[in-house]
Design a protein around this ligand. Sequence first.
Ligand code: FAD
Ligand code: SF4
Length: 314
Amino acid sequence: MVLPEFEYKKANSIAEAVALYKGYKGKAKYLAGGTDLVPLVKLRLSAPKAVIDLKGIKELKTISRGDGWLSIGANVTLFDLKNDPAIKGYFPALYESLDATSCETLQMRGTIGGNILQDTRCLEYNQSLQWRTARGFCFKMGGKTCNVVQGAKACFANYCSDNAPALITLSAQAKLAGPKGARTVKLENLFTGDGKKPLALEEGEMLVQIQIPLKKTKGAYEKLRIRDSMDYPLVGVAVSVAGTKARACIGGVGLVPRVYDLKNVNDAAVREAAEKAYAEAKPVANATLTPAYRKKMVGVLLKRAFNKALQEGK
Ligand SMILES: Cc1cc2nc3c(=O)[nH]c(=O)nc-3n(C[C@H](O)[C@H](O)[C@H](O)COP(=O)(O)OP(=O)(O)OC[C@H]3O[C@@H](n4cnc5c(N)ncnc54)[C@H](O)[C@@H]3O)c2cc1C
Ligand code: SF4
C-alpha cells in the first residue's frame, strides 16, 4: 500500500519539535519508530500534513538513574530497554512484556514512547479505506454506529500495548512537554476511555520520559496471542509484587488498561483479584479470538502470572 504525500521535518530538540508542531496547527504527527503510525497513514486512518521526526533528539534516547528513579527516554527502543540490566534485575514484569512484544526486528525499531502511545485496534477499523467505505464508518472514524456491537453508544476498540500494563504495575509516571509547558502524570491517567481520542494528551504534547521508582520487584507478564513468533496481545496480564503489596494490570481488552491493587498478596487475594478482573472484562467480537475465550483467559492469566512471580526466589 502506497503512502500519501506529507511533509517530513526532523527536530533536534524538544522545543524545536513542539514549535514545528505548532506551525502545523494540529495537522502534524510526531514520528518515532513509525511501526504504528506508518501503517495507519497507509490505511488512510491518519492523514497528517507533516510528520515531525523525533529520532534526532538525543535526550529522548537516554536511560538514567537518580533520586530513586529509573528515567527512560521516550525514544529508547524496546530492544535496548529490554537489554538494560536494570530491567531484568529490578522489573521482571517489564522485561517479560518487552520480550513478548512482537518480534526482535520490531523491537529494534519500535520505541517505548510509541508503544505506549499506539492507537487502539479493532478488526473493523484497521482496514483499508475501500473496505471501511463499503462497510460504513463507525464511531472511531467519525460515524454514528459501532460495526461490532449493534446499538452500542461507544467504541470497544482494544488498547494493545504489551508494555503499558507492565509499567503501570510498577507505578510508572509519564513526563510530558507541550505548547502549554511540562507536566508529569501517573501512567494509568493517560487513558481517556474515549474511542475517538483514547489518550489524554493535550494538542502537540510530547512524551519525554517514563519514570519508574527504582525498587526491586518480583513480577511476570502473561500474554494470549495466536502466533508466538509475533502478534498483538488478545489479553495481556502484568503483575508486580513489592513486599506484601502487589499490583496487576490487564491490557488487550477494551480501551483502557485495568488496574487491581492487592494490599496483602496471598492465595485468597489472588483468587479474588482474578474473579474481579474476569467479571469486569468486557471483550467484544473485534479481535481474532472469541469474546468468551478472551474473557475466561483474563482470570486464568492473572493467576498464572502471580504463580510465576511468587515462585521467584523460592
Ligand atoms: C506487525 C506488527 C506487530 C506489532 N506487534 C505488537 C505487539 O505484539 N505488542 C505491542 O505492544 N505493539 C505491537 N505493535 C505496535 C507497534 O509497532 C509497537 O507498539 C511500537 O513500539 C510502536 O513504537 P514506534 O516507535 O514505532 O511508534 P510510532 O509508530 O512512531 O508512534 C506511535 C504513535 O505515538 C506517537 N508518538 C511516538 N512517539 C511520541 C512521543 N515521544 N511523543 C508524542 N507522541 C509520540 C506517534 O505520533 C504515533 O501516533 C506491532 C506493530 C506491527 C506493525
Ligand atoms: S469497536 Fe465499534 S466503534 Fe470501535 S473501532 Fe470497532 S467497529 Fe468502530
